[in-house]
Design a protein around this ligand. Structure first.
Ligand code: AMP
Ligand code: MG
Length: 328
């Protein structure tokens, strides 16, 4: 009788336990031109998701360069102005990554992106003189003093290389502030993990195979972001040649550095996003030099011949059916 009673008690308690920290709450949001999946565990998950969704739409409104009510739109229109902490922070972070990567990340590539037709999807290959004219406007000054921004003559901003990373970092902050300790956000090629999975094991994040639907490798992540930039994410084809959306600011052309994709792993989602774009432009060897100097990120490179290489900090955190070469 006593044993039966204990069993009934255990069975009655089990569902209660599973609604504690393991209850899954999910939301799908369409913003920043991508489908975003937000997942938060635990009883505070639902409220955290609601706050995170509102914040995502707010940031999308601020950063969308086509939104007439947005701050990036207004800066591009007026050559400067007063902005919110988020926009000022985003621009400061962008400038930091620009300096760190020797200009490989540069939000002032907007006139060139426009010329190639990436904004209206009216794709075209510009001729030399058009490209030279647009390049005059790339690399201009972006000054941020407190919340006041001033752009150089003709300078236009494109926050597309960092906005999703900024948003994912903010979403994770909101999860934390709402008492969530386990969650995941996936915004296109940007993934950021809060803590570990509810069972204590790391999150598993796949790196897409640039040639297909499958994956090339899987990362184990705890409290980190993993952001992939790849030539297959947005591109068009003309006369048998592929033109993708990651521009080398030194040439005004799609970067041609021997890579199909770069995945950056680090704690700061915005840094991971900006760096993934920059490292794609820099190519593997320059990226490795930066990794050795800075030591605050790890990276996975998929090269044009399909070879996978990675920085040594990922040795125990990456799995692939293919061989991976590690760099020290
Ligand atoms: P991502 O997908 O994060 O690599 O970012 C690519 C997007 O960032 C493009 O669609 C452009 O909006 C913008 N972009 C392209 N080239 C650069 C660059 N060299 N530096 C900063 N942003 C860029
Ligand atoms: Mg990026």
């Amino acid at each position: 009788m006593k044993r039966t009673l204990t069993l009934i008690l255990i069975l009655a308690l089990l569902p209660l336990c599973s609604c504690g920290q393991t209850e899954e709450h999910g939301a799908t949001v369409f913003a920043m031109d991508t489908v975003m999946e937000l997942t938060a565990y635990g009883e505070k998950g639902e409220a955290a998701l609601e706050a995170a969704k509102a914040e995502t739409y707010r940031l999308d409104g601020l950063f969308d360069r086509r939104n007439g009510d947005g701050e990036i739109f207004a800066l591009n229109q007026n050559g400067g102005g007063e902005v919110s902490d988020d926009t000022a922070g985003l621009l400061r972070k962008g400038a930091e990554i620009c300096a760190l990567t020797g200009g490989a990340f540069d939000m002032t590539v907007a006139p060139v992106m426009d010329l190639w037709g990436f904004y209206g999807q009216d794709y075209r290959v510009p001729d030399e003189s058009e490209l030279a004219a647009a390049m005059e406007k790339v690399g201009g000054k972006v000054t941020v003093e407190g919340n006041a921004v001033t752009l150089g003559e003709g300078t236009q901003l494109d926050p597309g290389g960092i906005a999703k990373g900024w948003a994912s970092a903010k979403i994770i902050d909101i999860f934390r502030e709402n008492g969530v300790t386990s969650g995941l956000v996936s915004l296109g090629g940007n993934v950021q993990a809060l803590g570990s999975r509810p069972d204590g094991t790391p999150w598993r994040v796949a790196i897409q195979d640039p040639d297909g639907e499958g994956y090339a490798a899987v990362l184990s992540l705890t409290d980190a972001a993993a952001v992939t930039s790849g030539d297959y994410q947005r591109y068009f084809e003309r006369d048998g040649k592929i033109y993708h959306h990651i521009i080398d600011p030194s040439t005004g052309r799609p970067a041609d550095s021997g890579l199909r994709s770069v995945t950056v792993v680090c704690r700061d989602g915005a840094l991971a996003d900006g760096l993934s774009t920059a490292l794609f432009v820099m190519g593997r060897d320059r990226a490795l030099e930066l990794w050795r100097e800075s030591g605050n990120f790890e990276a996975v490179f998929i090269e044009t011949d399909g070879k996978i290489t990675a920085t040594s900090g990922l040795r125990s955190l990456i799995y692939s059916d293919k061989e991976i070469e590690f760099f020290e």
